[in-house]
Structure formats: C-alpha cells, structure tokens
Design a protein around this ligand. Sequence first.
Ligand code: ADP
Length: 184
Amino acid sequence: MVRRNPNIIITGTPGVGKTTHAEQLARNTGFKHLSVNQIVKDEGLHEGKDEETGSWIVDEDKLLDHLETITPSIPNEGGYIIDWHACDLFPERWIDLVIVLRCDSSVLYDRLTGRGYQGKKLEENMDAEIMQVLLEEARESYKEEIVVELRSEENGDLEGNLERIEQWVEGWRKDNEGREEEEE
Ligand code: ADP
C-alpha cells in the first residue's frame, strides 16, 4: 500500500528549532505534530531524571511499545511530523524525509542558557551540535538522499525552510499520485 502523505522527521540538538518548525509546518500542511518529548513526559515513559543534567532518562522500549499502539497509521496513512532529538527510532521504511536543523554555536548558546541550561547539560548539548552528532546519526540511520540539513538561526531561515519543505511535500504528493496510478 502506498501512503497518501509523507512522514517527516525534524531532528537536531535541543534548541535548534525543532518544535517551532514542526508546529508551524503542522499548521500549514494539516499534518500531525508528534512531539516525542511531550509523549515521554505525558505517558511517563522514562526512568526519572538524570540527577546531573536534569534531563528525562527515556525508556526506549516503553516508548516504542507506546508509539506502536498509538501510531499504526504512521506507515499506512502518513502525514506525521516527528519531532525529537533522536531519529533512529523509526523504521527506515516509514520515513520519507529527515530534516536536521543546525545552528551556529553562539546562537545555540544564547538559546540554551535562556532556557536555563547550565553546567554539564549545556556543555553536552553544545558539544553535540559542534560535533554534528544528530546529522551523523541521521545519515547512519536513513538513506543519504532523504536527509536534509537546514540552518535555523533567524526568522528568515524558518520561513525559507518551511517554504522548502512544503514545496517538497507537494512534489512528493505528485510523485505519489503517479505511483498510485501505476499500481492500479
Ligand atoms: P527545539 O524544539 O529544537 O528544542 P525550539 O523550537 O523550542 O527548539 O526553539 C528554541 C528557541 O529558539 C525558541 O525560543 C525559538 O523561538 C527560537 N528559534 C528556533 N528557531 C528559530 C529561528 N529559525 N529563528 C529565530 N528563532 C528561532
């Protein structure tokens, strides 16, 4: 079965703009925004907080089980925007586009300190961005041609990125119509 809409992952280091992009993209396209962080918190899919960093320690098995029960429509119908700082959780065949948002260190530093990050938590996230950990993870987990790196430093970037992703969605739909006709 060919799904009618694509599934898109929006990933990157905390603070790069995943939620901002995902919310706006969901409004513009009518797709569903799946905030994995929110689900982890709401459903208690964690083993408490790391004492040193204050971050949730995600129970990945529980998270996967939960996602499988709530999201049978991901692979079949599509139209999901998955927002998380990890991207290797979802099977490759479910995912049509992986957006990795990137940010200059000075911009990210201001955003994270503005959020109250400090000490080890701040350091680890700054290092992750500099070492492009999420980009490498995306490239290892999905075909290189579906992984797209976009900058998210100013409002103009946000607008340009959304426009580009929305155009890509339109293109995907047109190609998909062609595939459906071929199958009939
Ligand atoms: P994430 O979900 O990756 O942690 P957020 O979407 O919460 O990041 O964004 C972190 C902060 O940075 C927010 O205050 C948001 O308004 C700001 N921000 C994100 N992307 C941009 C951008 N392209 N231009 C200006 N501000 C941005």
